[in-house]
Design a protein around this ligand. Structure first.
Ligand code: NAD
Length: 471
């Protein structure tokens, strides 16, 4: 392996490898589609027959802006196919990207490695010519080393079958842009050959001048969880300040604004609110803390447990604010929840703060109606007991209070006068600091937001604070 270092010019590119992408969820489907658009022959592989059939028929089975158009383009090029057949995948690929899920293990903070182990194992058993297996899933440190032993013991090729890690940093909602033009690539490799194969597999991206870090396996695993830990910490920092604001009468928006002008701090990920969620950050910081404990360095990242607690307390505090607003008892009150996805421009409801708040309100006896522009179906599957409305306007009918929980643009753009025609009481809790407090108040609404005094005015936020919606 060459020196682990930042490289501006990659090693010479030898060929155009055929790619398989195993696991065609949010990450894998996007990767498969974009790599085909970039000119590679790609085979997407999944154990979910319905998902494979949908993708092969030109339908993206989740919401991701711009991806349906790219899928059409990739299928029309003839370079993209989908299958559930691992024999076909093993035969097809020169570089196999493993993109299966690593959810939180039920009853534990650890990552559930069943899917990763199975995907690597099933492929390794079948591969009979020199090939590179590349993990993209987010995994505990040490996984790649463990899997190297596993796949080499299973494969007819033995040590000829190589393994590398290539962590993924795409953000849902910006997945196409982030895949085709990432801000960096990280290759965790064990040989120069593996580095060359990966360079060949990302040639068009590297030719754009994308920074490349070539590293060892452990560093490449750590990069991803370290990045997510940093972002989660920054978000929880400002939300911890919001807690302090709530008991001191200070205003967290003015605080964040003032901090953001300090170039050493910056405004990105300093936006207070209901906090982070989704299929990555929460489970990744928990799995990291768990793994660090196992490795005997738990103390080094024990702060992540507090980061997680701060984040979860924002959900509880949002329910508190709504309860206060409706007079101290939620039983029988009608609450309109605007948003269910963990962030706008996604239909992903995994560990979604919005849905968590809706569920807590429901458990306290409120009649909860949820509307999300894209995530109603996924939310209904998770929480069938909640009522789902087909539009924002239908959601707020007869509401005793409206809660803005996911900052979709359609909610930001809503006219408080139009909503006022439909609600029973003009009360709104802005869980995302996304609404114009002055406008709502001027139109007769009682307005509350996390970390802000009851009568705080609209703050014209600096753009990096205002526009921040996504992890
Ligand atoms: P997902 O649940 O949307 O997709 C996982 C897919 O893997 C599913 O389609 C599932 O059917 C399939 N699968 C499970 N076992 C399989 C097997 N043995 N063989 C083939 N397919 C199998 O998950 P995701 O959000 O795409 O995340 C995948 C991984 O990528 C996770 O480790 C996640 O942390 C990481 N990641 C995700 C994102 C993101 O934005 N979603 C970003 C960076 C990293």
């Amino acid at each position: 392996m060459s020196d682990p270092t930042t490289r501006s010019a990659p090693l010479p590119i030898v060929e155009k490898p055929r790619l398989t992408v195993v696991g065609t969820g949010y990450l894998g489907a996007t990767h498969a589609i974009c790599m085909a658009v970039l000119g590679y022959e790609v085979m997407g592989v999944d154990v979910d027959v319905a998902k494979v059939e949908a993708l092969a028929a030109g339908t993206v089975p989740f919401y991701e802006p711009g991806l349906p158009e790219k899928l059409r383009e990739a299928l029309d090029s003839g370079r993209l196919t989908f299958t559930t057949d691992f024999d076909a995948a093993a035969e097809f690929g020169d570089v196999h990207f493993i993109c299966v899920g690593t959810p939180q293990t039920p009853g534990s903070m650890a990552a559930d490695m069943r899917y990763v182990d199975s995907a690597f194992g099933e492929l390794a058993k079948r591969i009979t010519r020199k090939a590179l297996l590349v993990g993209k899933s987010t995994v505990p440190i040490g996984t790649a080393s463990r899997l190297t032993e596993l796949v080499q013991s299973l494969s007819p090729l033995g040590a000829e079958l190589e393994l590398a890690w290539n962590p993924e940093f795409l953000r849902e909602g910006f997945a196409v842009q982030d895949t085709m033009h990432p801000d960096r690539l990280v290759f965790g490799v064990q040989s120069e050959w593996a580095e060359r194969q990966l360079s060949a597999a990302f040639a068009p991206v590297l030719e754009e001048g994308t920074p490349l870090v070539v590293a060892d396996l452990a560093t490449s695993e750590l990069v991803k969880v370290a990045a997510n830990s940093f972002l989660a910490t920054k978000i929880s920092f400002i939300n911890a300040m919001a807690e302090v604001c709530e008991t001191t009468g200070a205003d967290v928006n003015l605080l964040a604004q003032s901090l953001s002008y300090d170039s050493r701090i910056g405004g990105r990920f300093l936006k207070p609110g209901l906090g982070f969620g989704g299929g990555c950050l929460p489970k990744d910081i928990r799995a990291f803390a768990h793994r660090a404990d196992e490795l005997g360095v738990g103390q080094a990242v024990s702060f992540l447990k507090e980061v997680d607690s701060i984040n979860n307390r924002r959900r509880v505090r949002t329910v508190d604010l709504i309860r206060e607003m409706v007079g101290g008892d939620l039983a029988g009150k009608r609450i309109a929840c605007l948003g269910a996805a963990f962030k706008p421009n996604s239909d992903d409801v995994r560990d979604a703060p919005a849905l968590d708040v809706a569920r807590m309100l429901y458990l306290e006896g409120a009649t909860v109606t949820v509307y999300d522009p894209e995530a109603n179906e996924n939310a209904h599957r998770l929480y069938p007991d909640l009522t789902y409305a087909s539009s924002m306007m239908a959601c707020v009918v007869d509401a005793d209070a409206v809660a803005l929980l996911t900052e979709w643009q359609v909610f930001r753009d809503a006219d408080p006068d139009d909503l006022a025609q439909l609600v029973r009481h003009r009360r709104v809790v802005d869980g995302r600091h996304a609404l114009d407090a002055d406008d709502y108040r001027a139109k007769g609404w009682e307005f509350r937001a996390l970390g802000r005094p009851a009568q705080s005015r609209t703050v014209a936020l600096a753009s990096d604070l205002r526009d921040e919606v996504t992890v």
